[in-house]
Design a protein around this ligand. Sequence first.
Ligand code: AGP
Length: 613
Amino acid sequence: MCGIVGYAGKNEVVDFLLSGLYSLEYRGYDSAGIALVCDQGALEVVKRAGSVSHLDEAIKTLGLNACTGIGHTRWATHGEPSELNAHPHVNSDNTLALVHNGIIENHYVLREELEAKGYVFKTETDTEVIAFLLDQEYKKLGSTDMPQALINTCKQLKGAYAIAVCHVDYPHEIFAARNGSPLVCAQSNQGAYLASDMIALAKYVDELIVLDNGQFAHLKSDGSVRVFDSQINSLEHQTMQVDANNVPAASGEYPDFMLKEIYEQPEIARRIVDGHFKDGHIRLDGLNISDADIKDTDRIFIVACGSSYHASLIAKSYIESVARIPVEVAVASEFNYQDVLVSEHTLCIVVTQSGETADTLSAARKIKGLGAKVFAITNVIGSTAAREADGVLYTNAGPEVSVAATKTYFAQVLAMYLLALFLADKKEKLEPQDIVNAVSSLRKLPQAIEDILKDISSYEKCAEVCEGARSALFIGRGVNYPTASEGALKLKEISYLHAESYPAGEMKHGPIALLEPGFPVIVVIPQDQTRNKTLSNIEEIMARGAQVCALATEGDEQVKESANYTMFVPAIDTDLTPLVSIVPLQIFARKVAFDRGQNVDRPRNLAKSVTVE
Ligand code: AGP
């Protein structure tokens, strides 16, 4: 969360800072700011509440010129979203400006210590503590040694941070530090760059320097970047090529990115299946896992958050039913505090589209610490999860801009279905012909989704069920209970309508008490072995005057007659029903949100990449 950018070079910096901040807005968009070391040697700071466009407008009127600067787009942790709390934060002399992504956990203690020394805090942020500490450390060193001052400052910080600093004493330089929050730099003959994410730099450079935890960087306007450790030793750069395919394009003919991303799903399905099926076998080469390791595996742990957690619950059903390996799925933030039982026969998988979710990364590090191998399923090439894991399965969905996960969730479910087949093949739990049959069913998936997307008006019409509602229930059974959970998450995160999911059979154990005339219940009811039991749920809901919107298999007229609204999806292999059922639920959530006047791509309080615990 929060995006940071910086540049020291030959060119005017403002355009780069703004374009970088626009591209990092998926990390937070409650306020934004920049600091420039102007040619006259003065520090200019401009901040605005709201999105980067507000900052952009303000800057246009000021006509600032500088070739060194830093910028920030914020997702508030400490202190309300406001101009005052926006970054950069400065020292009282207005000689130093600093931007930060992360959380300083010991900021209360540090604040008290600094206040006792006369520092007067103006904001409610944890970041101002870093600015003042750095000011103190720099002055202690006779105002001559910024690298050492930054090291001394970071030694006192507990928590996660990516920091970028500029100072009027160094008008052509920027300093940076990383611990826990991502940070990349780049060298070029036009100058030196830094950013939270490759996306901000893709237009400017081909190669990135990826900072590791505990590393510092010194950027100079001659285009050089020196990476050093806490002993000031220069370190070898760890580099990564910029992946142009991973830079988001505009939403084009679509009114928003969410709809564009929903429509990309058939193509993603083709790409994933074609990319991993060769000579009658599923190939997951990047996973880098030996046949012997798979044969030895007697348990699998999957750890994830949010939509990735829902996708993992579906993967549990897949892996257990085809590969016959017991799977435990944990929410990463809970897993980090559990007494986990991991042995050398446990395979651990972290699932994260961004590859940067702090809770999930902590879980991965915890598992590694317990001596087990960790495999990552992620959408972002070179992300922290990918770099730290022993092997990676990329979901290849392309960059997802809308904060609500749609295509990346879909790609995760599909990738983990392939993983289940792969494990079953290696464990000899399936015959070669079973794999071929499963893949030929999979090949029908893109067309099934295209059929859904041909005309979405019938799904959009179902949004009426939520008119005037204050809450909605989503129910499903078996492999489609996580589908119901994902549908509820989509609805609540973009429409702000309270939504909950339950296994359909649990209704009578409590949630049925919520029902009253008009209450919307979305029932996922594909033609599978659970269909008749779920149909009884529909009857029970209707008997209480609540409204049912059923998500059923095409041709199931009985369900249609029983429900108030029906979203039909094409018939498909039972295992694949979560992949078709989720699409109308995405469309449904988007329409409810749209009808309520919400920005579907940028829901309030959220960020695409959740880099704080
Ligand atoms: C999904 O729509 C959410 N915005 C959110 O729950 C997300 O899935 C979660 O934060 C996990 O993100 P990750 O997959 O990048 O780790």
